[in-house]
Design a binder for this molecule. Structure first.
Ligand SMILES: C[S@@+](CC[C@H](N)C(=O)[O-])C[C@H]1O[C@@H](n2cnc3c(N)ncnc32)[C@H](O)[C@@H]1O
Length: 482
């Protein structure tokens, strides 16, 4: 396990990494990426780091995970740095060869140490601590709300990616994990990034924070729905999606009134149950805004998850065991998504928003705007909606949609991090264009009715349904929400 060194020694190590250009910008510039190589990229990265410089020695050790001769390490790493790396458990000697036991990954301007991928091929694989470069970690990071708050909890902190970013907009962060290895990495990474408002506590689920309430809970839990318990970072001992159900069930007790939980989640659709009923049955005392990604068939899911990891001693199970497990439990599909809950007394709502494309830019504000939009719609009956004044979102773009069924339409796209989009026909485009932040919805409906050939009451109902969808997706916004 990584050792927690004295703060001033970690600082010296960080100063050395910074001085060598071990950061997102310079690594991207010099070797094309600031993360470990994806499958098939190893040789390219090896070639790109062939010139022997201090930065490339660090790249080979801490990104590529390649062995480096002791003589090269001695030549390029100052003694005090090499000694620190050995003492902290970042490097290990094997005769004349030095291997890194960790990867060190820059994310924005922070650095995160975690287990090196080669651990997956050893008997330590079960306790593997996930690197900060994974898709799930960065998907949740980009979706996280950035409002300033007092207390944040990162449940299942791993290497601490969410805890450390949240430390920037929280007075205090508590990072918890069942794995002592994960807790050690989060502590180490807090020191490496000179962040001192993160408290790390080992324990399962909410047990380490009994009796405490938070303004924001972030969690990328071990949500994979598997018949195996091979890896603490992704599997859990509970049947199907019961782990996420338990987390969602317990969370409201740890949320202040009006506070949010954001978590990644996968849940099953079983025979004779609508998938949305399954998750709505988990939620008590909270509004729920669900960002829903495309579901997978059991076969596709089994293929994807068992192929996630490979290596001789990595036992992710074989796909047929997974499909048999799903068949036994009458699972028809697996649904991935991000759940944003807000604790609120009163009658709660649940809204599902489809995820059209991957999230590649910060989108925390878009999540908050989505929640505010649903609040607005819930508070508006049809007559209140007709009296409301709406405008087109300032970052809305319209382009010609790819033709379908010979209809030439318009594609609306919102550049808000969630990339909401919709293809609409010419008539709906003409209606939407009437919204100018001055007309009420009723004015727009009347204006449109002058040219539409439809029965008035039905037309109003149809147009209000369109307005509701467009407000919920952020294309149209009440003036005070824009
Ligand atoms: C998918 S990883 C996410 C790690 C990190 N937050 C990230 O996004 O990269 C899930 C984490 O949950 C932890 N975990 C597993 N079971 C847990 C439990 N019962 N209570 C708390 N944490 C748990 C694992 O050790 C692992 O670090």
């Amino acid at each position: 396990m990584i050792q927690i060194p004295e703060q001033n020694h970690v600082r010296e190590f960080r100063v050395f990494l910074d001085a060598c250009g071990y950061n997102t910008e310079q690594l991207t510039q010099r070797i094309g990426r600031a993360r470990p190589p994806a499958a098939g990229e190893e040789q390219q990265m090896f070639d790109d780091s062939r010139q022997i410089t201090t930065l490339n020695v660090l790249v080979r050790l801490f990104l590529l995970g390649a062995p480096v001769d002791k003589s090269t390490v001695d030549e390029f790493l100052p003694d005090v740095v090499a000694e620190f790396c050995h003492d902290a458990g970042l490097l290990q000697s094997d005769g004349d060869i030095i291997n890194a036991r960790v990867v060190i990954i820059p994310v924005d301007d922070l650095l995160f140490a975690s287990d090196a991928f080669r651990i997956l091929g050893t008997e330590e694989a079960q306790n593997f601590v996930l690197p900060a470069s994974t898709h799930s970690a960065n998907f949740l990071r980009l979706l996280t709300m950035q409002d300033r708050v007092d207390d944040t909890l990162d449940l299942g902190c791993g290497c601490g990616i969410h805890a450390l970013f949240a430390a920037r907009h929280s007075a205090r962060v508590v990072a918890t994990d069942i794995s002592p290895h994960a807790i050690a990495y989060t502590r180490f990474n807090a020191l490496l990034n000179d962040i001192n408002n993160v408290e790390c506590i080992e324990g399962s689920l909410f047990e380490p924070v009994t009796g405490q309430q938070f303004d924001l809970i972030i969690s990328n839990p071990p949500f994979v729905i598997s018949p195996s318990e091979s890896f603490v970072y992704r599997d859990n001992a509970m049947e199907l999606d019961e782990f996420c159900k338990m987390l969602v069930g317990e969370a409201p007790r740890h949320l202040k009134e009006g506070a949010h939980l954001q978590m990644l989640c996968e849940w099953v659709e079983v025979e004779n149950e609508a998938w949305v009923d399954r998750i709505s049955g988990w939620i008590r005392g909270c509004d729920a805004w669900v960002l829903h990604a495309a579901p997978l068939s059991p076969a596709a899911y089994a293929q994807q998850r068992t192929g996630d990891l490979s290596g001789e001693s990595v036992n992710a199970g074989v796909a047929s065991e997974w499909t048999a497990y799903f068949e036994r439990h009458k699972v028809r599909a697996i649904h991935p998504g991000m759940l944003a809950l807000r604790r609120r007394d009163g009658t709660n709502w649940l809204h599902v928003q489809n995820l059209p494309a991957d999230v590649t830019q910060p989108a925390g504000n878009a999540v908050l705007a989505g929640i505010a939009a649903v609040d607005f719609l819930e508070a508006c009956d049809d007559s209140a909606l007709l009296a409301a004044t709406l405008g087109l979102a300032s970052d809305l773009m319209a382009e010609q949609a790819p033709p379908s069924d010979d209809v030439v339409g318009v594609r609306l796209r919102l550049n808000n991090g969630l990339s909401a989009e919709a293809d609409i026909d010419g008539a709906v485009a003409a209606f939407i264009n009437l919204f100018n932040s001055e007309r009420t919805v009723g004015d727009c409906v009347s204006e449109f009715a002058k040219v539409a050939d439809a029965e008035a009451a039905q037309l109003t109902r149809d147009l209000l349904a369109i307005v509701r969808v467009f407000v919920s997706r952020g294309f149209l916004a009440p003036l005070d929400l824009e």
